[in-house]
Design a protein around this ligand. Structure first.
Ligand code: FAD
Length: 434
């Protein structure tokens, strides 16, 4: 049985791993000290590209174009960069056993990897319809999107089923981005979701009405208030139809399912403290076990601004939590203190010509401002969330970089609101004065 030992091991080779590696190098790393273990066969890349530019019909993004850290305007870390820095990329390697007590990881091929310090960065996995026993859910051409291999299979199907019919199951950000991407590829797209409007975890009815109207104008059909309960397939096993709970049957050559994810923490069950579905950490991403850190999608960390423990499944947090954990590791070695993580939640999405950003918390009353008419030539609108007389969250569609900075500032500073009607009239001008 092969055995390796490293001072630092990052388990998972996604967004957080890449940003952590860059931070290690920045703060001082000797060759041979760090290894990144990934089930994927490519070096860390900016995962959000998979549901956006990767699927474009023309000029699609391909590796090495979107390796980290280009998504945040940083240097692109090519596989050679890791080699130059003496970082071992252990790719195409799934860890199937983690024994935190003996600091030992075991791969599917029985390779043993030992570490002094472990950063858990295993991210999330998709929830599959077959997990709920949905009939026919294992037919061919029913896709989920998490890793680059998933995206490659989807691209192949888009080419094979040219101008065919696509059904998107789920109205979250994956559903909305995939609906747009498949439409751009000239498929006939229908979206299906049970909620009264899309992205219900973030969008208000007013925000969602804009996107649903915009998508409808692009020719995308939207069916709400029902779910997929089964699939038909032909003699090759290829999906041919989606059966809905309300009795309707939709023809389909391609189905994309985006019904959520769950953090990949099963390897550590019973060995480390959990909270809210993730691995519990402090503001330095230290877990309940010494020398074990958890970052990115798997970490449930103290969100100082809102004074509560949260898990955040977004790329900005993956990057920043990774950097914070490495800073904490290096500071601890040098016996120096560092500041606790003080995160401002930030989410974004892009589809068609649209682009939105959200900062803060989506709780309390809401005020919609601006032009959210989906037929407008240049729609631009936003929403403020107000809790206990203060703005706690801001959403903006089609903001300029400067305007997006302004809304981030508002969400961070949480200014008081005297007159909600005035705020509605002022709209973005309010943010400019904060
Ligand atoms: P990941 O980037 O998922 O990396 C985890 C890595 O761990 C993977 O390489 C995985 O293969 C590996 N791994 C897991 N288990 C094992 C194991 N046992 N052995 C070896 N390797 C393992 N966020 C936004 O804010 N905006 C967006 O527009 C956006 N778009 C997205 C689009 C898509 C298609 C997806 C899937 C996610 C998107 N996200 C977006 C979310 C964002 O990408 C994630 O929050 C981020 O990637 C989390 O980083 P991570 O490093 O924690 O996990």
């Amino acid at each position: 049985m092969a055995e390796k030992h490293f001072k630092y091991v990052i388990l998972g080779g996604g967004v957080a791993a890449g940003y952590a590696a860059r931070e290690f190098v920045k703060l001082g790393l000797n060759p041979g000290e760090l290894a990144i273990i990934s089930k994927e066969s490519v070096a860390p890349y900016e995962r959000p590209a998979l549901s956006k530019a990767y699927l474009f019909p023309q000029g699609a993004a391909r590796l090495p174009g979107f390796h980290v850290c280009v998504g945040s305007g940083g240097e692109r870390l090519l596989p050679e960069w890791y080699a130059e820095k003496g970082i071992e990329l252990i790719l195409g390697t799934e860890i199937v056993k983690a024994d935190l007590a003996s600091k030992t990881l075991t791969s599917a091929a029985d390779v043993i990897i030992k570490y002094d310090i472990l950063i858990i960065a295993t991210g999330s996995t998709v929830i599959r319809l077959s997990d709920f026993g949905v009939q026919g859910a294992d037919a061919n051409n029913i896709f989920y999107l998490r890793e680059i291999d998933d995206a490659d299979k989807l691209v192949a199907a888009i080419h094979a089923k040219k101008d065919g019919k696509a059904v998107i199951v789920g109205g979250g950000y994956i559903g909305l981005e995939l609906g747009a991407a498949l439409k751009l590829n000239n498929l006939d797209v229908t979206m299906v979701y049970p909620e009264p409007w899309c992205m219900p975890r973030l969008f208000t009815a007013g925000i969602a009405a804009f996107y649903e109207g915009y998508y409808a104008n692009k020719g995308i059909k939207i069916i709400k208030g029902t779910v997929a309960v089964g699939f038909d397939s032909d003699t090759n096993g290829d999906v041919t139809a989606v059966k809905l709970k309300d009795g309707r049957v939709l023809e389909a050559d391609i189905v994309v399912v985006g019904v959520g994810g769950r953090p990949l923490i099963t390897l550590f069950k019973g060995q480390v403290e959990e909270e809210k579905g993730g691995i519990k950490t402090d503001g330095f991403f230290k877990t309940s076990i010494p020398d074990i850190y958890a970052v990115g999608d798997v970490a449930t960390f103290p969100l100082k601004l809102f004074n509560e423990q949260r898990r955040v499944e977004h790329v900005d947090h993956a990057r920043k939590s990774a950097e914070q954990a490495v800073k904490a590791i290096k500071a601890a070695e040098e016996g120096k203190p560092i500041e606790e993580y003080d995160y401002l939640p930030y989410f974004y999405s892009r589809s068609f010509d649209l682009s939105w950003q959200f900062y803060g918390d989506n709780v309390g009353d809401t005020i919609l401002f601006g032009d959210n008419d989906p037929t407008s030539a240049k729609p631009k609108f936003g929403t403020y969330w107000i809790k206990e007389g203060k703005v706690v969250g801001v959403f903006l569609e089609s903001g300029s970089p400067e305007e997006n900075k302004l809304i981030a500032k508002v969400a961070k500073l949480q200014p008081p609101v005297q007159d909600p009607e005035q705020l509605e009239k002022e709209g973005l001008a309010f943010a400019a004065c904060v």
